[in-house]
Design a protein around this ligand. Structure first.
Ligand code: NAP
Length: 260
């Protein structure tokens, strides 16, 4: 694991946030907006250190606090090390955005391999569970924490099912919805709110990673609002859920999908 320290001294903040997959897309927009609202942000990434460093640089240039931290969220040892570094460098976590996620190539289920399913579930589901577990161990009053807020990135796919594209991804996101509901009930007595955001068609590089770089353009006619959304539009909802303004909002699954 590589850790970049882009803050010269340890910040004093009770708003310490980890954004998994914070280097690009919705995660990067969330990291920037949260930092502007006073969060000290750990920007997690998997492979693209240049993109993570650019997010951190932009936050620091605006007077915020951020550091980049590499870890594959599907790897328990890497996740444990990442949380320990955040403990040491930013302080006790009070916010988590479980954003790291992947799709695969559009294929009907009859063409899928077990390796594909394992990758999608390891990153999208196990990765989110792992990070949430470590967050609860820091935020929960039963663990000496002061409470906090967890926002999981689900998807409109969880209710659409994504036939002929990625039913497996949709199933993984439906697991995130159930996890959000259960964890919200479980940790509410410990002062932790847990919510999920379900984006629709959002203009990021995830579509190119699934082999369809023009997917938003191709499908936008089916969106009642008539366009794809932006990462910034999703980040607004995520950062609101993190904030005290959402103090009575927990166990919510919020669609940010233009009515798709
Ligand atoms: P994106 O642009 O493809 O960015 C993905 C981010 O996740 C990158 O920062 C990437 O890091 C990171 N990542 C990927 N695998 C990882 C791993 N194993 N460990 C740690 N980080 C990892 O994706 P996006 O469109 O912003 O999507 C963000 C979330 O929203 C995902 O959960 C996705 O399923 C969900 N979502 C997106 C849409 C959409 O239309 N865009 C719709 C519904 C839901 P590197 O830069 O190092 O590769």
């Amino acid at each position: 694991m590589v850790l970049h320290f882009c803050s010269r001294r340890r910040p004093v903040s009770d708003k310490v946030l980890l954004v998994t997959g914070g280097s690009r897309g919705i995660g990067a927009a969330t990291a920037r907006l949260a930092a502007a609202q006073g969060w000290a942000v750990a920007v997690n990434y998997s492979a693209n250190s240049l993109a993570a460093d650019e997010v951190v640089r932009a936050i620091r240039a605006s007077g915020g606090t951020a550091m980049a931290v590499q870890a594959d969220v599907a790897d328990e040892a890497q996740v444990l090390r990442m949380f320990e570094h955040i403990d040491a460098k930013l302080g006790r976590l009070t916010g988590l955005v479980n954003n790291a996620g992947v799709v695969d190539r559009a294929q009907p289920v009859a063409e899928h391999s077990v390796a594909r399913w394992r990758r999608l579930f390891d990153i999208n589901v196990i990765g989110s569970l792992l990070c949430a577990r470590e967050a609860v161990r820091r935020m929960g009053t039963a663990y000496g924490g002061a409470g906090g807020s967890i926002v999981n990135l689900s998807s409109a796919a969880a209710r659409l099912g994504s036939p002929n594209e990625y039913v497996d991804y949709a199933a993984a996101k439906a697991a995130i919805d159930a996890f959000t509901i259960g964890l919200a009930k479980e940790v509410a007595p410990q002062g932790i709110r847990v919510n999920a955001v379900r984006p629709g068609l959002i203009d990021t590089e995830i579509h190119a990673s699934g082999g369809r770089p023009n997917r938003v353009e191709e499908l936008k006619a089916g969106v009642p609002l008539g366009r794809g959304g932006t990462a910034d539009e999703v980040a607004e909802v995520i950062v609101w859920l993190l904030s005290e303004a959402a103090s009575y909002t927990t166990m919510s699954l919020i669609d940010v999908s233009g009515a798709r």
